[in-house]
Ligand binder design. Structure first.
Ligand SMILES: [Cu+2]
Length: 479
């Protein structure tokens, strides 16, 4: 009997402690009083976010958001008529804290053609504000709400046809920080995924109208971060230094697709699952529903380009959902060594012993030019062709052509360097702009010589022979 009582007491204490740790959630935010003068909310364009709220008290916060319908560029040479909150896709980032009273001014620019409104998922009230905020071109509406729940929330237009307004870019994020703010980090960025439906297929030039039939079938031509391909690559890449903590506020505007959000070469230390208060740790890929969000925190420990993707990976390589977080700083060979050794693997037990690191013992040494080309062809068909295509024709806007490539033919050392080290950033091949990522190829110098000789010998290229010595030289010069 005594034992039973003791057990019950332990359970009771455990429950009590448990309740206490969830206390943060049970504060009645509707009772938080605002203090001092009203302030005007700082709004930012992606990929930037306003300053953290820190320990400021709850306030009356005035948000001025302007709707602008304007033509923009979806991809190189591909124009699209975007409908925006604040002139960008996603719309301006709004940062608040629990208990703030928001006085929301929604302005519809007089040059716009259509009425719009806003549904903020952070609003407790009918339509998330949509009913109160319906606004015609040349008008401004005002409505107010108190933010009660901490978290990262999507806002979007909810004017009929709702799907079309969202598909044209009318979404963004509003962050409600808890009392005292989120834990401090070194870098914060704003990313939002969206799917787009155009009359022409991926990469087709000119002004592309919205395609309702494709939207209904949920077959987008573009799946992108921040409204267009390449919005966060090349010189627009996100950046951080080794040792810094990074926080990404990630939203998914949809209208249709769910995002399998992943950063290649990183593990999320912390994820606010679905943008709420539940924290998951040590996450590889986090699912972000359409109309949902997540906050992901991680520390960057080694330098390099981290590739931000929707891991439904055809979207990344063929529809545009690719971004870069460029990390600079000191290498740490204990955390990541890079390629340490690449030697001949012979399951039957080879008779030729290979010295570690001595790549010249590769048995595939070509003697004649014909042998070099034959070996290069087989390397090409296993290593390069998935991206550059069987006849070197490439894929428009994704992978540049190697066939009759002016870029390739102009500079052999540059081509060797690209195959050794990979390449990212803008390049122009045969008059077309590419801004993507080619991963470094782990090939021996001999193999690189052979595959490039094959490429130079094929498809109307300039018929150069690339030798192992040439590759070695580039490897030494461009470490
Ligand atoms: Cu709208």
């Amino acid at each position: 009997m005594k034992k039973l009582k003791l057990a019950l007491a332990v359970i009771a204490i455990a429950l009590f402690v448990n309740c206490k740790s969830n206390n943060e959630e049970s504060i009645d935010a509707s009772k938080i009083k605002t203090e001092g003068e009203a302030i005007i909310a700082e709004l930012t364009s992606p990929p930037f976010v306003p300053k953290p709220v820190g320990d400021r008290p709850a306030k009356k916060l005035i948000v001025n958001l302007e709707i602008i319908e304007q033509e923009g560029e979806m991809a190189d040479g591909v124009k699209y008529m975007y409908w925006t909150f604040g002139g960008t896709v996603p719309g301006s980032f709004i940062r608040t804290r629990v208990g703030d009273e928001i006085e929301f001014h929604l302005k519809n620019h007089p040059d716009n053609k259509l009425p719009h409104n806003i549904d903020l998922h952070a609003v407790t009230g009918p339509g998330g504000g949509a009913e109160a905020s319906f606004v015609a071109p040349g008008h401004e509406v005002t409505f107010s709400f108190k933010v009660l729940n901490p978290g990262l929330f999507v806002y979007h237009c909810a004017t009929a046809p709702v799907g079309m307004h969202i598909a044209n870019g009318m979404y963004g994020l509003i962050l409600v920080e808890p009392e005292g703010g989120l834990p401090k980090v070194d870098k914060e960025y704003y990313i939002m995924q969206g799917d787009f439906y155009t009359k022409g297929s991926y990469g087709e030039k000119g002004l592309q109208p919205f395609d309702m039939a494709k939207a209904i079938k949920e077959e987008p031509d573009y799946v992108v971060f921040n409204g267009k391909t390449g919005a966060i690559t090349g010189d627009k890449s996100l950046s951080a230094k080794v040792g810094e903590t990074v926080r990404l506020f990630v939203g998914n505007g949809g209208p249709n697709l769910v995002s399998s959000f992943h950063v290649i070469g990183e593990i999320f230390d912390k994820v606010h699952v679905e943008g709420g208060s539940l924290i998951n740790k040590n996450v590889q890929t986090t699912l972000i529903p359409s109309g949902g969000a997540a906050i992901v925190d991680f520390k960057v420990d080694v330098p390099g380009n981290l590739v931000i993707v929707d891991h439904s990976i055809f979207r990344t390589f063929n529809k545009g959902s690719l971004g870069i977080l460029s990390v600079t700083g000191e290498e740490n060979k204990t955390l990541y060594s890079g390629n340490q050794s690449d030697k001949v693997y012979s399951p039957e037990g080879g008779t030729i012993q290979t010295m570690p690191g001595n790549k010249s013992a590769s048995p595939k040494k070509a003697v004649t030019l014909a042998e070099r080309i034959a070996d290069g062809k087989s390397i090409y068909s296993t290593t390069c062709y998935a991206c550059h295509q069987p006849a070197g024709e490439g894929i428009p806007n994704a992978f540049p052509p190697l066939a009759k490539s002016d870029y390739l033919n102009a500079d052999v050392n540059r081509a060797i360097d690209i195959v050794i080290h990979g390449k990212t950033g803008e390049m122009i091949v045969n008059g077309k702009k590419y801004n993507s990522v080619m991963t470094a190829q782990t090939l021996t110098d001999e193999e690189i010589a052979n595959v490039l000789t094959y490429v130079y010998d094929s498809w109307g290229n300039s018929k150069k022979e690339v030798t192992k010595e040439m590759v070695e030289k580039v490897r030494k010069e461009k470490k």
